[in-house]
Design a protein around this ligand. Sequence first.
Ligand code: HEM
Length: 142
Amino acid sequence: MKNFLLAVLLVSTSTVFAQVSTEPTIVEPTASLGSVMKAMSSALRKIAAQVSDANQNAASEQLALDFVKNVEASKAFTPKTIRDLPADQQDAKKQEYIKMLDDTAQLGKDLASAFHNNDNKLATDILAKLSTSKKEGHAEFK
Ligand code: HEM
């Protein structure tokens, strides 16, 4: 009986240890797609406020490059609208998502060069195109 109790104790203790050691490591995500998108939005809002002010072109160029980095970062996420699709449709939709973000990143790069070349008229046109990209991206994936 004593041995039996000891055995029970050992098994239950090792089970406790086993549970502890197999506890999944919870990795806090550094960002969510929503927070990356908010950063994109904030950069574009600052740019829009100073798009005609040529004195701010160096700062606007930097903001456009920050925007591009965040657009690129968005590609690592899979929006819920895609995750909710049947498994056999997800890959194609993710490719479509990445393509829209690649096009958006290209516009961001064009925006940075427009500021670099002090072409504020072109920068204004590109901002309007980015507004359309946002609408299209959200209509499809948000
Ligand atoms: C062009 C500039 C864009 C801006 C400024 C922008 C901005 C935003 C903002 C402010 C949100 C809400 C974030 C929140 O409150 O949590 C959002 C969400 C979202 N956007 Fe964009 N967006 C842009 C383009 C795009 C594109 C091109 C796509 C897709 C190809 C896209 C896909 C999404 C998705 C899926 C969400 C929902 C994220 C979530 O909460 O899971 N966005 N975006």
